[in-house]
Design a protein around this ligand. Structure first.
Ligand code: FES
Ligand SMILES: [Fe+2]
Length: 375
């Protein structure tokens, strides 16, 4: 059932979906203190593995130092080069690509070529700028704000439990991919957390939404959870019944759960899959959606169960890409409509998770002043 009994106001005005000042406040107050997905544990499993990414306009590197993950600003203290521009890789040392300065796990310098030519160093070499990094399940996240809360508090108990349901080693990172959309990030978020559009936008893939009594919404100050039914075709159920017991006995094909960790992280566990998505703003009117797809491995893998995991990944990726393509088709129309809308808007109780999200945006980012009307 839904938590509200009456329809709700659309709290954010249409201008909040393109206004540069609103975007600036959201960037600083919502995204600044958040934890951001940067890699999977599999990408950083070995000593020397590293991953780089641009997070909130900052170049960040995460590296495995003998089993310990460390995150730094990907900028050298010598003359400011990016330490590496590779997206990921493995290196015996954390070494700058320009003049070869090497760095240790604490960010201090190790070997410096021709070190005597730097003597005397005023105050000694500077440390690399560290960031907090933490893992949860198969996910590696970083936080650029030293004063922000720790990862478990950021995720909340519900999403933490989803990450912890299986140990990281049980997940195979099957695929990751991204989309650039010319819409405000909140458009993609709000589309993801409501199923009201399903019969119209996904008539052949998701078919229909559940009856109110089949749906449960959990609403917390910084996250929401939706539990809902899925209508699966007969052939899918046959495949599921045939294959899933080989991976994990108690999986259920008929229900899905969607955890939204505010502002922009989604965990969607369905049967033997966990779909993880994050929406990063790239401007007031653009964003990037990244999808990471994990499939369960059998507790004791065999040749056959590896094939089943791979097949399930292939099937899920096919369906997810189709569903996201269908959603993407509506975004330009939403963007154009929001830019021209004179309306207040309204939110049904089926869409109440959007109301909870908008309450959070308004509370944390501050009120968007409505344009003056009349005289
Ligand atoms: S800029 Fe990195 S070693 Fe010179
Ligand atoms: Fe959709």
């Amino acid at each position: 059932m839904f938590q509200n009994t009456q329809s709700l106001p659309h709290l954010l005005p249409p201008s909040a979906y393109s206004c540069p000042e609103q975007y600036g406040r959201e960037f600083e107050r919502l995204f600044g203190p958040a934890w951001h997905l940067i890699a999977t544990t599999a990408e950083l499993a070995r000593d020397g593995d590293f991953v780089t990414a641009e997070i909130l306009g900052q170049p960040v590197i995460v590296r495995n130092f003998a089993g310990e993950l460390r995150a730094f600003l990907n900028v050298c203290t010598h003359r400011h080069a990016q330490l590496t521009h590779c997206r990921h890789g493995n290196s015996p040392k954390l070494k700058c690509q320009y003049h070869g300065w090497e760095y240790k796990a604490d960010g201090s310098t190790g070997y410096i070529p021709d070190a005597q030519s730097f003597r005397p160093l005023p105050g000694g070499p500077e440390l690399l700028k560290p960031f907090r990094v933490a893992t949860r399940g198969p996910l590696v996240l970083v936080c650029l704000d030293d004063g922000a809360q720790d990862l478990p508090e950021h995720l909340g108990a519900a999403a933490t439990a989803v990450c912890d349901r299986f140990p990281a080693e049980r997940w195979r990172h099957y695929a990751s991919w991204s989309y650039d959309f010319a819409v405000n990030w909140k458009v993609v978020v709000e589309n993801t957390i409501e199923s009201y559009h399903v019969p119209i936008v996904h008539p052949h893939t998701l078919v229909r939404y559940g009856a109110p009594e089949q749906i449960t919404h959990e609403i917390y100050p910084r996250s929401t959870v939706m539990h809902a039914p899925i209508v699966v075709p007969g052939i899918y159920r046959q495949l599921f019944n045939l294959l899933m017991p080989r991976l994990e006995p108690d999986r259920n094909p008929d229900r899905y759960r969607l955890d939204h960790v505010f502002p922009n992280l989604f965990l969607i566990p369905i049967d033997a899959m966990m779909q993880v998505m994050d929406v990063m703003p790239t401007g007031a009117e653009s964003c990037k959606l990244t999808v990471r797809l994990f499939i369960l491995k059998a507790a004791r893998e065999t040749f056959v169960t590896r094939r089943i995991t791979a097949f399930w990944g292939w099937l899920k990726k096919l369906v997810i890409r189709q569903v996201l393509r269908e959603d993407a088709r509506i975004y330009p129309a939403l963007h154009r409509g929001l830019k021209a809308s004179p309306f207040q808007g309204t939110i049904s109780i089926r869409e109440e998770l959007i109301f909870a999200f908008q309450e959070y945006v308004r509370r944390e980012a501050g009120e968007q002043r409505r344009p003056e009307t009349g005289d």
